[in-house]
Design a protein around this ligand. Structure first.
Ligand code: GLY
Length: 346
């Protein structure tokens, strides 16, 4: 079995392994947190391995990653007399693991929690790095902390529960990780697209792990993990009110393409390399129509981005595959150009 032992992250192909973990466990009570989807599609795949548990359900969606959902979780824990020796298992995508981790680590000053990410996106991104929290007053992740789960189970069999769009959304984060690492990793991943193994997932998480290990609290290097996210996040936020809402990874691919363009303009990154990567990304993920997204609105969201300080708009950019820079100030004019560049790619 593959693992990142320092963080107790276990990579397994199927659900059977869970029976060894939950047998003779030391917990006084076990709670499982789910949303509508993981209750329907994922819970039955693991529940037989856990003798007795209480279920906590919250609404799905980014709009419910808020204090109301925390109230539901904390109320359930209190109502069922959860004590310091209780365990919360967070079964779901990044929203469930973020909010569940936050509630567990604040309940009675912190109880154990385990994350079982059920989407490819959560397996390769939210699974490690210790970020947890909620949105508050419409500001994404504005309340939260860094805290690591007792352990994480990354189970490949959950990929079967995903739609193609959900799968691609996670694959987009894997592509970003591969660009942070090496040309070989990027090329290799493109070939493996429809045939991902647990080793590929492990390799992707390992790229993030090596970065986070050096800068857990995101004071510097960790910011390179935000590549593609400054514009991607703004587009994702705007898409909430559109007819065709974009998934995180879809917005991320748009963001990566825009930020590759910016990398060329600001860091003089080789244009042939930029064109090559963009060609591969469009071929793999297709083109997302963002013609109805106004550049003014995109810029407004970017200006509120957490990476900005002293009123500058800062990006993480690519000098070469495997070589990134962070805290790069980019003039508004070039950001606008990059969005127009994307719009005209079709
Ligand atoms: N998702 C980026 C990070 O964990 O830092």
């Amino acid at each position: 079995m593959l693992e990142i032992s320092e963080l107790n992250v276990y990579f397994i192909d199927d659900f059977n392994y869970l029976k060894f973990f939950f047998k003779n466990n030391k917990y006084s009570k076990i709670f499982i947190l789910v949303d509508k989807n993981t209750n329907k599609y994922c819970l039955h795949l693991i529940e037989k391995y856990i003798n007795e548990f209480k279920l906590i359900k919250i609404k799905d969606g980014e709009e419910n990653k808020n204090i109301d959902s925390c109230n539901i979780i904390w109320n359930n824990l209190i109502k069922n007399n959860a004590d310091r020796k209780s365990l919360l298992i967070n079964l779901g995508g990044g929203i469930i693991t973020d909010i569940g981790s936050f509630c567990a680590s604040t309940y009675k000053r912190g109880i154990d929690f385990i994350n079982i990410p059920t989407t490819l996106l959560a397996q390769v991104d939210a699974s490690i790095g210790g970020k947890c929290g909620i949105n508050f007053k419409n500001i994404k992740n504005s309340i939260g902390l860094f805290v690591n789960p007792r352990c994480v189970f990354i189970i490949k069999d959950f990929l079967q529960t995903l739609s193609k769009r959900e799968y691609n959304s996670g694959f987009a984060e894997m592509i970003k990780h591969s660009l942070l690492k090496s040309k070989n990793d990027f090329e290799d991943l493109l070939i493996k697209y429809s045939n991902l193994t647990i080793v590929d997932i492990y390799n992707s998480v390992k790229i993030k792990y090596e970065i986070v290990k050096k800068d857990y609290k995101e004071n510097g290097l960790r910011k390179i993990l935000n590549f593609g996210h400054t514009i991607g996040h703004a587009i994702e936020t705007l898409s909430i009110n559109k007819k065709n809402r974009l998934l995180h990874g879809e917005a991320l691919i748009i963001g990566i393409i825009c930020e590759l363009y910016i990398s060329h303009k600001v860091l003089d990154t080789d244009i042939n390399l930029i064109n090559y990567i963009i060609y591969k990304l469009i071929k793999m993920f297709g083109y997302f129509d963002i013609n109805s997204y106004s550049i003014k609105e995109i810029l407004e969201i970017i200006k509120n981005d957490k990476k900005n300080f002293y009123e500058n708009i800062n990006f993480s950019l690519m000098k070469d595959i495997g070589n990134f820079a962070y805290d790069i100030n980019v003039p508004e004019k070039i950001i606008k150009e990059s969005i127009n560049y994307y719009k005209n790619l079709n």
